[in-house]
Design a protein around this ligand. Sequence first.
Ligand code: UDP
Ligand code: MG
Length: 322
Amino acid sequence: MNRDRLTVVIAAFNEVESLPLLQPRIVAVLDALALEQGIDGQILYVDDGSTDETWPLMQRLAADDPRVAALRLSRNFGKELALTAGLDRVEEGAALILDADGQDAPELIPQFVAKWREGYDDVHGTRLEREGEGWLKRATAHAFYRVIGRLSKTPIPADTGDFRLLSPRALAGLRQLRERHRFMKGLFGWVGYNRAAIPYHRDPRAAGRSKFNLWRLWNLALEGITSFSTVPLRLATYLGLLTAAIAFVYGVVIILKALVWGDRVAGWPTMMSVILFLGGVQLIALGLIGEYLGRLYEESKQRPLYLVDTWLPARGVCSGQD
Ligand code: UDP
Ligand code: MG
């Protein structure tokens, strides 16, 4: 019988407390899948340059279990690149992306697999609620998904994280996207194919702290918008046109006033506010162009996406026999 292969890819940055809790849960799920559905399961951990004991722990996990592969990057590249590095090393079959902190329950994996078997290529978990996250994070996340949904031409499903199963062909498609600024949610959307959503309750973090504070999230949002939309540039054009139109009308008013009532030197407050307003608008537009230009610059350097420190490949699969 031709057995399917499934690799669970996990990016981890300083997750020494979470991984030991997660590992047995995944193994249990993969064992069940192997027995019941004839799927060969593997786990691939990516250490995103952790500064704690995460890497020794991964080495131990890989040494103890032939189904576990571990990859260490040369430094912290961020979650998006760590995931890319992991996905690049999935040799065959489908890949499933999971957070290291247990917020995406491994027990849901069979549901993802079922959809995959139905013929879907991109099965993604859609969060019904976010426990253990403050109102500010929830509100900003909500607003972000609405904004990017409107701005981007590529479909980006709302409230969808990286918890996702990619079929072999979706994975192959994703691998062809080698841009440096990687907004994964958008890249998945770009790939397309048959997509299915699985609603799930997102659990609070099992241990440790979130690596994404508001500032990092804000930068991620900027990344997403500039990578997947040029609408802000167009908005700048319209803003410019609008201010030019207003300036023209106002100019006519001033000239008429001077002609009718004579040109008394007055209007210092108006002059100042007009100058400041125009200066502000110009700086905003310049900054906006700079955001895009900076990304173009990064892209043009053609650096590799990440560097690998150590690669410990898996030595076997979860076939359910052990
Ligand atoms: N992560 C990573 N590199 C980083 C930051 C985070 O690989 O630079 C991993 C982290 O270990 C976790 C996942 O990305 O597995 C999600 O991070 P986190 O739980 O902190 O984010 P949140 O769930 O709060 O959005
Ligand atoms: Mg988390």
